[in-house]
Write a protein that binds this ligand. Structure first.
Ligand SMILES: N[C@@H](CCC(=O)N[C@@H](CS)C(=O)NCC(=O)O)C(=O)O
Length: 204
């Protein structure tokens, strides 16, 4: 049995892992953890997620305790033998896009989101513009990659699962509209036809 630790509110990072658990059919349960808002985690949760973030998982069968959604997707792909090709070049391609999400798109969108939600008025416009420019560049890169087919790397993979949840966030961010990236919009629609994706979305 795998425990998925998540915050109560919808979160793109949690959604990735929820989709992967539905796709693989691995037995799992959900445990809600309190939002820490920058504080250090305490007690048993600190062992699973020393940075205090969600998602995190604990796998009773193997004893694995993991945080960082990309590491979790990779682990679940290895465990289930699904959504990560074995052939080295195809596998590296999937990892490249998954790490593009973890190292670029995710941090940029989180920073942009916090700038736009800021009520102090202390954040200079130049900083917001910098995050917005980066976010647009990342969207253009993804849109171009989707010229190669309906999914990011040929067959459906953990790269799609890791990147798709941000499409909902993009729709909320000022001056970044999915309509400007038609391949991303079509890909999001394709993803939403998958029963596992629907199930994870419906579960919040
Ligand atoms: N790089 C991390 C980011 C995780 C993250 O920032 N999660 C947010 C929720 S979406 C969180 O737990 N923030 C801490 C908090 O709100 O206390 C991952 O991919 O798992």
């Amino acid at each position: 049995m795998i425990t998925l630790f998540r915050i109560e509110n919808p979160s793109p990072n949690v959604l990735k892992v929820a989709i992967m658990l539905e796709e693989t059919g691995l037995p799992h349960r959900v445990e809600i953890v309190e939002r820490l808002r920058g504080a250090m985690p305490e007690g048993s949760y600190a062992e699973v997620s020393p940075n205090g973030t969600t998602p995190a998982i604990r796998d009773e069968q193997t004893g694995a305790a993991l945080f960082e959604s990309a590491a979790i997707l990779h682990y679940l792909a290895e465990k289930s033998g699904q959504f990560l090709p074995a052939e080295p070049r195809a596998r590296a391609d999937v990892m490249k896009w998954l790490l593009f999400e973890a190292a670029n798109l995710c941090p940029t969108l989180i920073e942009l989101y916090h700038c736009l939600m800021d009520v102090t008025g202390d954040i200079p416009d130049s900083i917001v513009a910098r995050h917005q420019d980066r976010a647009r560049r990342h969207c253009a890169i993804l849109d171009a990659q989707l010229k190669t087919g309906p999914y990011l790397c040929g067959a459906y993979s953990i790269a799609d699962i890791g990147l798709y949840p941000w499409t909902a966030v993009l729709a909320d961010l000022a001056d970044i509209h999915l309509a400007d990236y038609p391949r991303i919009a079509a890909w999001a629609k394709t993803m939403e036809t998958r029963p596992a994706v629907r199930q994870a979305l419906d579960a919040g």
